[in-house]
Design a protein around this ligand. Structure first.
Ligand code: PLP
Ligand code: COI
Length: 354
């Protein structure tokens, strides 16, 4: 770290920790005692402050609300068996944070500011990091435009905010998914690769319709022909076909998932062939029919590894093998858990121990 960031710290006098039920932690509903807030003004980041979690006052005219100059990140902190707390790959999220910022015409946040903000905040709320398998502290950094101006032009001022909250498993059962062949999440030339708030708002209606049809999730296909797989809900789609790890290559319309990248690196370590390329829906359907689809899952921070139980294409459902018998995703999960809970060596330097 080049320079130590000056962060003003005001701790809460009324911690909510004692009244929080750590046995009941649905994703995204419980928030830790503190948050971090910083301002971008006059071309620089300033006023870094950690304060009790709570409302933020803002003008009703901010372009984040009207024109979507807003994006976020998602990552996790884990508690080691020895009590230490570690954030998983925050450097990768810091880099992607700036990729999103660039696409939305928003300012860069130096990586060391991002990482130090997260580490200081998580350190203060370290008792909120659950000490339990399949549990972690979800960290949600985000940035939004704050100029009180209705002109459609990039804001001059922004806020960087980090909130956190303890969480358990995101999905509890294998997912029944459909290939989406009408709606589109993102297109070439668009901003699907950014974690822009608007990408998620636009995905809600298609996701709700899929749920109404009895599915848990949908798999997005390309905007032009709806023939090639892009992503699975809010996770990257990964498959094992005939002993090879196959996943759609990242492009304008696909988020460059950090879990995806982590799993690809593990597969390389294990000497497994990895194919990042266009993946046709029909290829997955045929592999399922021929018994060659050995594994299929969504990979993401919140979802971790979410097994696909069945895929439906043009009204026909193909049921996949029992997730408990899938060698690859089981090995990924146990290896990742061992690293993230500090039980195994971390040769890639993924853990940022606080
Ligand atoms: N794709 C989308 C659209 C997402 O929202 C996410 C979640 O962050 C992912 C993929 C997976 O990315 P990561 O593994 O970095 O969390
Ligand atoms: C994440 O995995 O961090 C996500 O962003 C997914 C979702 C909760 C939006």
């Amino acid at each position: 770290m080049t320079e130590t960031l000056d962060i003003k710290i005001t701790k809460t006098t009324q911690s909510r920790l004692a009244e929080t039920d750590f046995n009941k932690l649905p994703f995204g509903r419980t928030f830790s005692d503190h948050m971090l807030v910083a301002d971008y003004q006059d071309g620089e980041w300033k006023n870094f402050e950690i304060l009790p979690y709570g409302p933020i006052a803002m003008s009703p005219a901010i372009s984040a609300l009207h024109y979507g100059q807003s994006f976020f990140e998602g990552l996790k902190a884990y508690k080691f068996d020895d009590g230490r707390v570690s954030i998983f790959r925050p450097d990768a999220n810091a880099a992607r944070f700036n990729t999103s910022a660039e696409r939305l015409c928003m300012p860069q946040l130096p990586e060391e500011m991002f990482i130090q903000s997260l580490m200081t905040l998580v350190d203060i709320d370290r008792n909120w990091v659950p000490a339990k398998d399949n549990h972690s502290l979800y960290i949600r950094p985000f940035m939004f435009a704050t100029d009180p101006f209705l002109g459609v032009t990039p804001s001059q001022t922004y806020k960087f905010v980090v909130i956190t909250g303890p969480t358990g498993p995101y999905f509890s059962k294998p997912l029944r998914v459909k290939f989406e062949t009408h709606f589109t999440r993102a297109a070439e030339g668009g901003f699907g690769y950014a974690k822009a708030a608007g990408n998620y708002g636009g995905a809600m209606l298609p996701a709700r319709k899929a749920v109404e049809e009895g599915f848990d999730q949908l798999i997005w296909t390309d905007a032009k022909e709806h023939l090639y797989i892009e992503e699975m809900g809010s996770a990257n789609a990964m498959f094992v076909i005939d002993g090879k790890l196959v996943t759609p290559s990242t492009r304008d319309s696909v988020l460059k998932g950090i879990t995806r990248d982590t799993i690809i690196k593990l597969a390389h370590n294990w000497g497994m062939p990895v194919e990042e390329r266009l993946v046709a829906v029909t290829e997955i359907v045929e592999a399922a029919q021929n018994g060659k689809l050995e594994d299929a899952f969504g990979a993401g921070t919140a979802a971790v590894v979410a097994p696909v139980g069945s895929v439906t294409y043009n009204g026909t459902e193909y049921t996949l093998s029992d997730p408990a018998t899938r060698q690859f995703s089981q090995k990924v999960l146990s290896t990742l858990d061992a690293i993230r809970y500090g039980r195994a060596a971390d040769p890639h330097g993924w853990n940022y121990v606080i």
